[in-house]
Design a protein around this ligand. Structure first.
Ligand SMILES: Cc1cc2nc3c(=O)[nH]c(=O)nc-3n(C[C@H](O)[C@H](O)[C@H](O)COP(=O)(O)OP(=O)(O)OC[C@H]3O[C@@H](n4cnc5c(N)ncnc54)[C@H](O)[C@@H]3O)c2cc1C
Ligand code: SF4
Length: 599
């Protein structure tokens, strides 16, 4: 029975806390290679096959499915429990201003945020691992691109990522057989690509974790688990159960046919099929406890059903509760030998929290009006994107900010929703009645939206700590956030605004609203892009970092951090593919140490 209760826990090699991208990948790698794993998840069990409202039209939902404070991404969003605020689980900000606030999105469910996420899956490039060596700012990683590349290969092959190899600077190619073919561009994509290229901005195939064709179940399992016939057979069987995308439904609701990556549809089923993985849901871990030799012995958790405290034990503990939650667990794991939190001899725990720099511009393009109907849903998210293009100019100090950004964009028609014809006054001048209906049809599908996704440099002012007063509903102390952008980020946001307006202009379109020259006004609040990383950074030196390059805590050799908390920088590339590649590498390291009986 893979789903266990606090009363039926067994003996385990490794406890994995959390079941999202990091926990899913870690448990998968460990269980497929024969380790006994207990996964502990704070949220409830979640079954995408039966719970995903893929085909529900907006009129079947309250308020036609529009977003509400409870469901910010709409009624049908896959996040069944969670959001910017989680009932009974507060957090504290030292400032409520947009500039000094940190917004924290949490999903409390099996699979975490991977049930909803945008599925953009980019590799960090060689520069991204050594940013300090390149421009003197932030920190270098204790590993380089070459060391992580084999794990990017594996994750791409396992989860299925579409994309193409374009040979662009700091935008790595994948070896043959790793990527699936990208979907065809939409009409709006083609127009954006053409006009952006005229401005010197490259536009290439997007990379997203969506199956544009069935996975090669005959060859991939052998490459992923060489010499492990059992894992190969289980994975081959599972790959055949995942269908290819049928280009029709919003990925944010999840995918009941397994055509996109969710931990619940990709990592957990084969891992459970090994019989080596047990899952305990509705259990909120709050502490890692140590044994005699100062090694981690297990974790304490609150059973949310009864409110009672339980304990689970294992030879090693791996935290994958998402960056800030893993930091919170460590900070709350205080003892006589570590009064400032576990694994915190450097004093760096909670420091160097980062998010992605984000800002958006929307426009309307007359060339896209009244196009003949055709399927523009596609793979739900971006078919194309624009990787950062100005590395040289930037290094020569010509831009006024040190790190780059990429552009994600959307256009075209998707299923009309509550807001499709809302807010058109800037175009219609306020039409109504028959004229408004004509206007709504005319403008539907002619809007384009550009989102910048840029690198933030870690700074001393963006961090989290335990609030001395506030506790959650189970009495667990909560996090307090401090946040500050530097001019590198605000200038970058201003550059995004100017660039997006230029592309819309080159398309013959009109920008909606003001183009913000002041980046401090343009930049989205910290945390709001939901790419938070850092807080337990990895490094070469135990005096200035929390873990080594394998996510292994310097202070506790059998304690690992597998999520984004260990990132010492946050490249413009969305973090999740890198989280999974690092988690696989870290799990391999853990397995090797266990085989050698070093843990
Ligand atoms: C709307 C949205 C769009 C996104 N788009 C992208 C994108 O396109 N590309 C990209 O790279 N990233 C994207 N992300 C970010 C991506 O979802 C995260 O980077 C990724 O899920 C992080 O994985 P994780 O395992 O660290 O955390 P999560 O996926 O959040 O999983 C953590 C799990 O741990 C559980 N947990 C937390 N605390 C405890 C505890 N104390 N005890 C037990 N369990 C606990 C949680 O309930 C959760 O299930 C997006 C996120 C959102 C919300
Ligand atoms: S667009 Fe494709 S991958 Fe996304 S939910 Fe629909 S079928 Fe699944």
């Amino acid at each position: 029975m893979p789903f266990v209760t606090p009363q039926t826990l067994g003996e385990y090699d490794v406890i994995v806390v959390g079941s999202g991208a990091a926990g899913g990948q870690t448990a998968y790698t460990l269980a497929m290679e024969g380790a006994g794993v207990l996964m502990i998840e704070a949220g409830r069990n979640y079954t995408p096959e039966s719970e995903t409202p893929m085909f529900h039209a907006p009129h079947l939902a309250p308020l036609r499915g529009t977003s509400t404070p409870d469901k910010p991404f709409g009624f049908h969003d896959a996040t069944v429990d969670g959001g910017w605020q989680v009932p009974g689980e507060p957090y504290v900000n030292t400032s409520e201003d947009d500039a000094g606030r940190f917004d924290w999105w949490r999903a409390r469910m099996l699979g975490g945020r991977t049930n909803h996420w945008g599925r953009y899956s980019f590799r960090n490039g060689p520069y991204d691992f050594k940013p300090k060596s390149r421009d003197g700012l932030g920190f270098d990683w204790p590993l380089g691109y070459e060391e992580l590349a084999p794990y990017y290969d594996k994750v791409e092959m396992l989860i299925g990522v579409y994309g193409a190899n374009d040979g662009l600077e700091n935008t790595p190619n994948s070896p043959p057989g790793c990527l699936l073919p990208p979907p065809k561009p939409r009409v709006s994509d083609l127009l954006i690509a053409d006009r952006a290229k005229r401005l010197g901005i490259p536009v290439v195939a997007g990379h997203r974790a969506v199956l544009t064709q069935a996975l090669d179940h005959r060859n991939l399992p052998r490459k992923l688990h060489p010499g492990n016939a059992n894992a190969q057979a289980l994975l081959a069987a599972h790959m055949q159960r995942r269908a290819a995308c049928f280009w029709a439904t919003p990925c944010g609701r999840g995918c009941s046919v397994g055509a996109n990556y969710q931990s619940t549809t990709v990592h957990l089923p084969p891992a459970l099929a090994t019989g080596k993985l047990d899952i305990l849901v509705n259990a909120m871990v709050h502490e890692v406890f140590l044994g005699k030799e100062g090694k981690a012995s297990g974790v304490r958790f609150v059973d949310k059903a009864t409110g009672s405290t339980g304990e689970a034990r294992a030879r090693a503990v791996c935290l994958a509760a998402s960056a800030c939650e893993s930091v919170r667990i460590l900070l709350n794991s205080k003892g006589a030998r570590h009064p400032e939190g576990l694994a915190n001899s450097s004093g760096k725990l909670g420091r160097y929290l980062m998010d992605t720099v984000g800002t958006s511009v929307q426009g309307q393009v007359p060339l896209l009006e009244d196009l003949p109907p055709h399927n523009e849903d596609g793979a739900s998210g971006g078919h194309l994107y624009a990787p950062w293009w100005a590395y040289g100019e930037q290094l020569r100090g010509k831009l006024g900010f040190a790190r780059g950004y990429h552009i994600e964009f959307q256009g075209g028609r998707t299923m009309p929703s509550m807001r499709t014809a809302a807010g058109l006054e800037w175009l219609t001048g306020g039409s109504y009645g028959h004229r408004f209906k004509q206007d709504a049809r005319r403008y539907f599908g002619s809007m384009v939206n550009f989102d910048g996704r840029g690198e933030m440099i870690p700074n001393e002012h963006s961090r989290c700590e335990i609030d001395p007063v506030v506790k959650d509903r189970w009495g667990i102390p909560v996090l307090r956030f401090h946040w500050q952008w530097s001019e590198h980020e605000t200038r970058q946001a201003a550059h995004m605004q100017k660039t997006f307006a230029a592309i819309i202009g080159a398309m013959g379109g009109r920008v909606r609203g003001e183009v913000l020259a002041d980046g401090a006004k343009a930049i989205a609040p910290g945390g709001s892009i939901i790419h938070e990383v850092g807080g337990a950074i990895m490094g070469d030196d135990p005096r200035s970092s929390v873990t080594n390059g394998y996510g292994q805590a310097w202070d506790v050799p059998n304690l690992f951090v597998a999520d984004g908390a260990t990132f010492p920088s946050n490249a413009d590339k969305n973090p999740t593919l890198t989280i999974m590649a690092l988690a696989w590498r870290s799990a391999d390291h853990l397995l090797e140490r266990m085989r050698r009986r070093e843990l």
